[in-house]
Every structure is written in structure tokens, then in C-alpha cells.
Design a protein around this ligand. Structure first.
Ligand code: NAD
Length: 484
């Protein structure tokens, strides 16, 4: 089965921070793949905008190298790469000075979608918005895309929302969380809301608990300075893990449409209970096996910042009362592994003699590696010898059935950028959602700061501190394995 690619409207996409790491590694290689797939019309353009005094040719060369390094096998197609690079232009601008802006204004065309990707430090969001307005570069239908982090607490997120609102309507602002652009995350919604089978079981009568794990093997590396002021809670939980939790826990929206979906997500965040101290475990990786410790990497020998966090959260509504949501994320862990697992309750009674094993249905949504969804079901072990039961995973991504094996599924960034051009905000965070998420995390952070909480050390390559295991063990549960 061949997937249908519908070209988007012609656009002028300006990437502020167009020479930066994110632009070279993710945004432009992603756009190149959409170009190759035929989704970008030939009259669409991408304009890099950053401080470096480059001309368009030098910029194209920089991006060619970026795509060759990060763009995957498609980048070997030098003909289409050259055609893509032809769509690129470059303007040298500084968000804080006047120079360059009139040239950018002169480049913008009428009658095409105008989108502006703010791939720069958040402190520049306000000055950029102001410049776009001052020089009449953005029109009433233009879209802006803003990267994380969106604030570092409720107060700063509110200030950022207020600043952007001075120049743009909410319908023009696309706050990106690339987890929402992942194929499997969207498939989760298709599985939940496109089948009769799951929704009747999707509640505290049938679900024992839910686990959300985002495990990384990398440490903070070159980002130590930034990360040390942030930590796992701000860097991962407040945005990515909470977004995943929303999609799992939300009520069925009336339509798959931005307003309806985001209203339901907001209700989940607002229903999250405050978390008691003993339901939070913070960790920090130690040195080991030739690896430096977090403190060494962050360059802060007295750092109390967490590189790991596990939280037992609860949602106070009729659907989820009493169902724990265990969230955990950390760096320098055993494997790179992200998964949401919906663990269903035990059977009320077993009819099979001699079967003492605990058979549970588990719906597992894997984000990385090997994106996919499977459902653990219990069946009879094939062959003679009586009724022996085994648990097997039922692959629900059906890549073979759909003939998609090896097919190029758009990655999160490319899909989301195309949604910006299409004007579809469903997979982006609304301002009130981001503020509500900070309103839940702020008191937890304030609590451990007031207690001078020292994170528990854990070995690099482990599953995090032992206390995180205890969070589940003391309730008779266990974490799912972190495996590559
Ligand atoms: P970077 O430091 O590699 O690049 C910064 C870019 O901003 C450069 O192009 C630079 O020229 C431009 N810039 C700096 N000051 C400017 C000014 N005054 N006026 C105009 N342009 C200016 O940063 P990055 O890693 O590409 O990250 C960009 C943004 O994306 C940040 O907000 C970051 O938090 C976020 N982000 C990055 C990643 C990543 O993997 N790199 C992931 C998620 C979010």
C-alpha cells in the first residue's frame, strides 16, 4: 500500500537560528525529506536567518553538510538535494539590532503561507516577535513556531505567553513538543478512539496502573550549563511526559480537531493531584565505568539538580481515581527506551487448573527504539500436553500488513512543520495547557528546593536509584524493563 502525500500550500518558512544545532540536525533534514516526498510545492522557500554574516551560497553549503550528516540515506540522492538547496535563502539578522530586517521584509512574498520558526534561545522570542511586527514581516495569518523550553516556571511561561500575545493571536502560535509528532503517539489516539475494543476498558475498573518511561543513555554532555538550571523535571516531565500522560488519560474529544483535543488535555492536567514527597524520587548519575559523574559534566561540584526523576501521579476524576500513573525519565540509564505501558488488572478468577502465573494484558506503546504498539495477550501454548498458557505480544502496528516495512515514515519534526503550514494546531500545545503544566510542577520543585533535597546517586548504565524501584515494589508492582 503506497501512502498518499498531499502537497501543502506554497510557503515562505523563515528559520530564525537557521545555523544552529537544531536547524542543521533536525529541521532542515526533515524539510528535505518532505521535499523528496513531494509535499513541498516547487515554489515554496526556506529562508535561514541567524547572526552569522553568510551569503546564501555559504548557507546552502552549511545545510548540505548538515543533511549529508543527519539526513539518512535519502541525502545520497545528490540531484534532489541540489534541487532542495535551490529553495534555500539566507538573511543575516540579529533579534536585538535593526540591521538585516528590511532585507528580510523585502524577501517575503504575498499570497503564500508565511511561517517563522523561532529556533533560538527563549529570551529572543519577544525581540523576534517585536521585529516581525515592526517591519510588517508577519501578516495576520502568519504562524510562529516556538521551541522548548517554554518558560522555567508558571510566572515566566505566563510572561512569555503575554509577550507573544502582544503580536500574535493564539491561533498563530505553534508551541512545539516533538513527542506529539511521533507516529506511534498519533497511532495511540487512532487505537484508542478508532476501535470499540479499548475505550470500555480504559478506566479504573480495568486498568491497574500506567507507566511512562523516557530513558536516555546519554548524559548532559555539552548542555551541562543549561541543564543544571533545569533538571529532568523541567526538561522532560513538564512537557514531554505530561503530554503523553494527557493523550493516555484524556476523555474522547468530540472531534479530532485542535480546540476539542486541547480542551480535553487541559482537563487532565487540571485534574492532576498534588504529589506527596514520598511519591517523588530524584536521582543524579554518579561516576562509574570510566564515565564522569553528573557533577563533573555539569561543571558544578555542589549541584543538587536531578538527572533522573520518578513520580507517582494521580488523576482525580471518575475515570482514573485510584489508578497510579508512574512517570520516570533519566539520563545515563541502561538503554535508550521510551514507552507507555497500560497495565490491565488481574483476571478475577482463573479456570485453568495448575496455572499459577499472573497473566495480564499490557498495551505497550513504544516511542523508541522500534516505534510500535503491541498488546500482550494470553493464549494456549501450541502443541499437545494440556492447557499451558503463555503471554505473547500482538503487534498492533501491522507494518507488514500495511506494506510499510522500511517505508519512509515522516519523523516528528517534519510532520509537525507540515502541520504548521497546513494551519493544524492539534498536535501543538496551547498557552493555557503549558501554564497548567507549570502550575502542577512548580509546587513539587519548590518543595524539594525548600527541603534542600539531595538527589540519590545512581550508577551510569543502571535503571536509576533503588528508591525508584521501591516506589512500585511497596505497592506490589514493578517497573517494566528498560531495554534497547
Ligand atoms: P544553537 O546555539 O546551536 O543555535 C542558536 C541559533 O540562534 C544560531 O543560529 C544563532 O545564530 C542564533 N542566534 C543567537 N543569537 C541571536 C540573535 N541575537 N539574533 C538572531 N539569531 C541569534 O541552539 P540550538 O541547539 O539550535 O537550539 C535552538 C533552540 O531550540 C533553543 O531554544 C533550544 O532550547 C531549543 N531546542 C534545541 C534542541 C536541540 O536538539 N538542539 C532540542 C530541543 C529544543
Amino acid at each position: 500500500m503506497v501512502s498518499r502525500v498531499i502537497p501543502v500550500e506554497p510557503f515562505d518558512l523563515v528559520i530564525f537560528g537557521g545555523t544552529g544545532d537544531l536547524a542543521r540536525r533536525k529541521i532542515l533534514p526533515g524539510l528535505f525529506r518532505r521535499f523528496r516526498a513531494g509535499q513541498m510545492t516547487p515554489d515554496s522557500r526556506i529562508i535561514g536567518a541567524a547572526r552569522a554574516p553568510l551569503d546564501a551560497d555559504a548557507y546552502r553549503e552549511m545545510i548540505r553538510q548538515g543533511i549529508e550528516e543527519f539526513g539518512g540515506p535519502e541525502s545520497k540522492d545528490s540531484e534532489s538535494l541540489a534541487a532542495f538547496l535551490d529553495r534555500l535563502d539566507y538573511v543575516s539578522v540579529d533579534a536585538t539590532v535593526e540591521e538585516g530586517w528590511p532585507r528580510l521584509a523585502a524577501l517575503m512574498r504575498d499570497g503564500v503561507v508565511r511561517a517563522f520558526y523561532f529556533s533560538v534561545a527563549p529570551s529572543l522570542f519577544g525581540p523576534l516577535a517585536e521585529k516581525l511586527h515592526e517591519h510588517a514581516i508577519a501578516d495576520v495569518d502568519s504562524r510562529i513556531v516556538v521551541e522548548k523550553p517554554f518558560g522555567r516556571d508558571l510566572e515566566s511561561a505566563r510572561a512569555l505567553n503575554r509577550t507573544l500575545a502582544e503580536y500574535f493571536r493564539e491561533e498563530q502560535i505553534y508551541r512545539i513538543d516533538h513527542y506529539l509528532g511521533k507516529e506511534t503517539v498519533q497511532n495511540l489516539m487512532a487505537v484508542r478512539f478508532g476501535n470499540l475494543l479499548f475505550e470500555p476498558l480504559w478506566n479504573n475498573h480495568y486498568v491497574d496502573h500506567i507507566q511512562i518511561t523516557v530513558a536516555e543513555t546519554v548524559g548532559v554532555e555539552g548542555r551541562g550549563g543549561y541543564y543544571d538550571k533545569s533538571g529532568a523535571m523541567r526538561d522532560m516531565v513538564q512537557n514531554h511526559l505530561m503530554q503523553l500522560l494527557c493523550l493516555i488519560a484524556m476523555e474522547p474529544p468530540s472531534r479530532f480537531e485542535a480546540g476539542a483535543v486541547r480542551d480535553e488535555k487541559l482537563k487532565v492536567i487540571r485534574a492532576l493531584q498534588p504529589v506527596p514527597v514520598h511519591h517523588i524520587v530524584r536521582g543524579q548519575y554518579d561516576a562509574g565505568d570510566g564515565h564522569p559523574s553528573y557533577r563533573e559534566e555539569a561543571g558544578n561540584p555542589r549541584s543538587f539538580t536531578e538527572s533522573f526523576i520518578a513520580i507517582r501521579a494521580e488523576i482525580a476524576n471518575w475515570r482514573w481515581a485510584g489508578v497510579p500513573f508512574y512517570l520516570r525519565t533519566g539520563k545515563k540509564l541502561k538503554a535508550r527506551h521510551s514507552e507507555i505501558a497500560v497495565v490491565f488488572k488481574d483476571l478475577p478468577h482463573t479456570i485453568f487448573e495448575g496455572d499459577h502465573a499472573r497473566h495480564r494484558n499490557i498495551l505497550s506503546i513504544r516511542l523508541q527504539p522500534n516505534e510500535g504498539i503491541d498488546l500482550t495477550v494470553t493464549i494456549k501454548e501450541p502443541g499437545p500436553g494440556g492447557m499451558r498458557l503463555i503471554d505473547v505480544p500482538l503487534d498492533m502496528t501491522f507494518s507488514e500488513a500495511l506494506g510499510q516495512e522500511g517505508q519512509d515514515v515522516p519523523d516528528a519534526y517534519e510532520r509537525l512543520i507540515m502541520d504548521v503550514i497546513r494551519g493544524n494546531q492539534t498536535l501543538f500545545m496551547r498557552g493555557d495547557e503549558v501554564e497548567a503544566a507549570w502550575a502542577w510542577t512548580d509546587p513539587l520543585i519548590a518543595g524539594w528546593e525548600a527541603r534542600n533535597d539531595v538527589p540519590k546517586l545512581y550508577d551510569p548504565g543502571s535503571t536509576g536509584p533503588d528508591d525508584a524501584l521501591m516506589l512500585l515494589h511497596r505497592e506490589g508492582r514493578r517497573w517494566r524493563e528498560i531495554k534497547a
